[in-house]
Design a protein around this ligand. Structure first.
Ligand code: APR
Length: 320
């Protein structure tokens, strides 16, 4: 069987890291696409040379022409600009919306059967626009945010409690912004929902509250430290988990920004919820039971996403 073809649209910090992981894991042949000339070619050649050491039989190629992504099975989109200190993800909308238009048209023309994972921020609005610009089926276009946000939540819990990260299962819902909803009742340490883990003495309520707050601001914490850009290792790993679930038909349940048509009482927008990812793309949306407090937090987060979608429609009336 032919190897899978993975097109990485954007060969910056996340794109390069994605290419490295895909090559190490022999997930498929990699096309690294960027508008910058030389960057995708240089990174592809550097990683291709590393495959001789790693011992993986995959090819890597840098490209500046969308024709090179022809027939891709998966496209992972990071094209655009990242945040600098002091910026919110929403500040990126003007530039990155135009980038999504170019990328969407490129995917539509050359890789219409791909499973598309968008990472570009502001995520929930950019994946919505990318689906519109590309015209691909909604179950084949998803946004990566929840795996990353949940990974941050899980890491902070593991760090605080000393419990293996393997035995922590954390979930966040909602938009990929500071009002995302870490799901305290649905997240577990060794099978104990977090409120029970507090009762059992794994951590105090105030420590849990601080972790929830830190999770919400997790992206900004990295931006403030790096100063020149935003996170890239954990975002790349998160997108690879989603791509792997699609390519290998693993049917993992992962929190992703997916198109909703009635689930959680929401329609016609992309927002982060647990979704089953298999060979059909988004095969099922999993609905958590939500109490009044969780519903209110989700509604607030969704309101922010809707505001960003309206801003996209104003910036590009073809989306209205
Ligand atoms: N088409 C293709 N590539 C583009 C385009 C375009 N129209 N515009 C910009 N790019 C490329 C840039 O040349 C750059 O190489 O996108 C790449 C972005 O890489 P970085 O600046 O290193 O950004 P990165 O850290 O990878 O983040 C990318 O993901 O998490 C989000 O907020 C982040 O929106 C940002 C995106």
């Amino acid at each position: 069987m032919a190897r899978a073809k993975i097109a990485l649209i954007g060969a910056g910090m996340i794109g390069g890291t994605l290419a490295h992981i895909a090559a190490r894991e022999a997930l498929g042949d990699v096309i690294l696409f960027d508008i910058a000339e030389g960057t995708p070619q240089g990174k592809a050649l550097d990683i291709a040379e590393a495959t001789a050491v790693i011992g993986t039989d995959v090819s890597l190629k840098g490209a500046n022409d969308y024709a090179d992504i022809a027939g891709a099975d998966v496209c992972i989109v990071t094209a655009g600009v990242p945040r600098k200190p002091g910026m919110s993800r929403d500040d990126l909308i003007g530039i990155n919306l135009k980038v999504m238009k170019a990328v969407g048209e490129g995917i539509k023309a050359h890789a219409p059967n791909a499973f598309v994972i968008c990472i570009t921020n502001p995520l929930d609005a950019m994946v919505w626009a990318l689906q519109k610009f590309s015209g691909l089926p909604k179950e084949k276009v998803v946004g990566m945010a929840g795996v990353l946000d949940s990974a941050r939540f899980a890491y902070f819990l593991a760090e605080k409690t000393g419990v293996s990260i393997q035995d922590i299962n954390a979930w966040t819902l909602g938009g990929h912004g500071d009002d995302m909803v870490p799901m305290v009742r649905h997240s577990t340490i060794g099978g104990l929902p977090l409120p029970d883990a507090v009762s059992a003495g794994f951590l105090s309520q105030s420590e849990l509250d601080a972790i929830v707050d830190r999770t919400r601001k997790g992206g900004g914490e990295i931006v403030a430290l790096l100063k020149t850009g935003s996170a890239f290792y954990a975002p790349a790993e998160s997108a690879v988990a989603m791509a792997r679930s699609y390519l290998l038909d693993q049917k993992r349940v992962l929190p992703c920004a997916v198109w909703l048509s009635g689930e959680y009482g929401l329609s016609d927008l992309y927002v982060g919820v647990p979704a089953l990812i298999g060979a059909g793309g988004v095969e099922k949306v999993i609905e958590f039971t939500t109490n009044d407090g969780e519903k209110a937090m989700l509604a607030k987060s969704v309101e922010s996403v809707q505001g960003l979608i309206e801003a996209c429609k104003t910036a590009d009336p073809s989306l209205a």
